[in-house]
Design a protein around this ligand. Structure first.
Ligand SMILES: [Zn+2]
Length: 457
């Protein structure tokens, strides 16, 4: 008997397939179509991709891995996906809070941007944001700001995945005097990063009310010419909705539909002021929605009808927005928690947006919102290896009855331990391996003092 056993063991070693990594965890939360949660699970990675997901014992027999990371007291989940942010604004974090949006923009943000934002500001701000996002388990993010070629460079340097949206806006901006100039910059940027394994370049017209119809249509045409998504803010405030109703007798969503802006992959941030008809329109165009509950509550914008969007199986993900004023950090753990609670509050129904749905929004549904669901958002063979481990041995995680409940209501950003993006370990035991954290901290402090001085003028 012993002979047979050792024979089988030797055979299995001979037959072992090569892998670059095996990760093991107490539970693997796959977010695959069956939503499997595998106790004593493992994920095998070869190159940039996942090659197998299963029980640790099975994978150990099947693969011979060059390296392994065993986390017997951790969850192993897909990397989190932020569908809307403005990364470089990290350098304005907490500059002015608890003021009205107009005052915030006119007294603080516009002057601070005018006097400080250049390509190096964007580079360091993006590095700071990527460091914070990676350490809090975010592996993919969608950004809207200026100098997106620099944002893309910093994102690649961090080893993150990104959908980078170059802002097109009616006013002179830090990197373009006119919308035409912004569109030309965007086309050059798209061409440069079109087939990049980590970066999806995109035009990002700021909003309907900050662009001419012509600039909006030109942005859509540009996106479709290169097969990239279009990123935009939509129906964030009641005023935006009321103004468009008064001016055009159309809701913001109907304006987009009428202009043909929804004809192609679209990622729309906020969608707070949308009615049932708007939702049907957005669903029929398969639009991605970025729900940003921290931003929407902090700026008193309102509560997006997320449960209705989920009932329609829309591609709605989570975003942090900000981080200056509208939300002061990049934590998707906070967004999951708040998204779930906000729907319960506004619907009067504690069953609205359950934990498993909130985690889905931060992973596979968020990937759908960005059009990246074939690449990321779940742990499945063939997908890129974007995964994180989250510690279960801190007091806030004990005991454990339900993994989704913990992920949404109990675990925190600081519980994230390791992060892999595209098959590369970028955070190990809370140390970021790709970015120089000390240099980023020093530079961010320096920018902070500079911004402060610029506003005192
Ligand atoms: Zn925004």
């Amino acid at each position: 008997m012993r002979l047979i056993c050792s024979f089988v063991f030797a055979l299995s070693l001979l037959a072992a397939e090569p892998a670059d990594w095996i990760f093991t965890g107490r539970y693997v939360v796959t977010m695959d179509p069956q939503r499997r949660v595998i106790e004593n699970g493992a994920v095998a990675v070869r190159g940039d991709s996942i090659v197998a997901v299963g029980k640790q014992g099975e994978l150990d027999l099947r693969f011979k891995a060059a390296q392994r990371l065993d986390r017997p007291d951790a969850l192993l989940t897909p990397g989190l996906i932020s569908t809307h942010t403005h990364a470089a604004m990290s350098l304005f974090r907490g500059l002015a809070d608890d003021v009205r949006l107009q005052e915030w923009l006119e007294r603080f943000i516009f002057p601070a941007e005018k006097r400080n934002v250049d390509s190096e500001f964007v580079r360091w701000g993006t590095r700071l944001a990527c460091l914070e996002m990676l350490l809090s388990g975010t592996t993919t993010y969608a950004d809207m700001y200026y100098f997106q070629a620099v944002v893309a460079e910093a994102t690649k340097e961090a080893g993150m995945r990104g959908v980078m949206g170059e802002t097109i806006i009616r006013f002179p901006s830090p990197d373009a005097k006119t919308p035409d100039q912004a569109l030309r910059y965007t086309e050059g940027f798209i061409r440069r990063f079109l087939n990049d394994p980590l970066i999806t370049p995109a035009p990002a017209p700021h909003a309907i009310y900050t662009n001419s119809d012509e600039a909006l249509k030109a942005s859509r045409a540009l996106a479709n010419r290169y097969g990239v998504p279009l990123l935009m803010h939509l129906a964030e405030t009641r005023q935006e909705r009321d103004d468009l109703l008064a001016q055009r007798k159309l809701s913001p969503t109907r304006v987009l539909e009428t202009l043909g802006l929804l004809e192609g992959r679209t990622v729309l941030a906020h969608a707070v002021w949308v009615d049932d008809n708007d939702l049907r329109i957005l669903k029929s165009h398969n639009a991605g929605i970025a729900h940003c509950p921290s931003s929407n509550t902090k700026l008193s914008s309102g509560a997006a009808p997320v449960q209705k969007m989920l009932d329609l199986d829309m591609a709605v993900g989570l975003g942090t927005d900000g981080p200056a004023g509208s939300n002061n950090d990049f934590s998707l753990f906070e967004e999951m928690d708040l998204a779930a609670k906000l729907q319960k509050l506004v619907t009067g129904n504690p069953q609205a947006l359950p934990a498993a749905s909130a985690f889905e929004m931060a992973t596979i549904r968020g990937a759908r919102a960005l059009g990246l669901e074939k690449q990321t958002g779940s742990l499945e063979p063939g997908k890129r290896a974007d995964l994180i481990t989250i510690r279960l041995d801190h007091p806030n995680a004990i005991p454990l009855y339900n993994v989704y409940s913990h992920l949404v209501y109990a675990l925190k950003s600081a519980d994230v331990q390791d992060v892999m993006v595209n098959g590369r370990v970028v955070v190990r035991d809370r140390q970021c391996l790709t970015l120089d954290a000390a240099a980023i901290r020093a530079k961010a402090d320096e920018y902070g003092r500079r911004v402060q001085r610029s506003l005192a003028k």
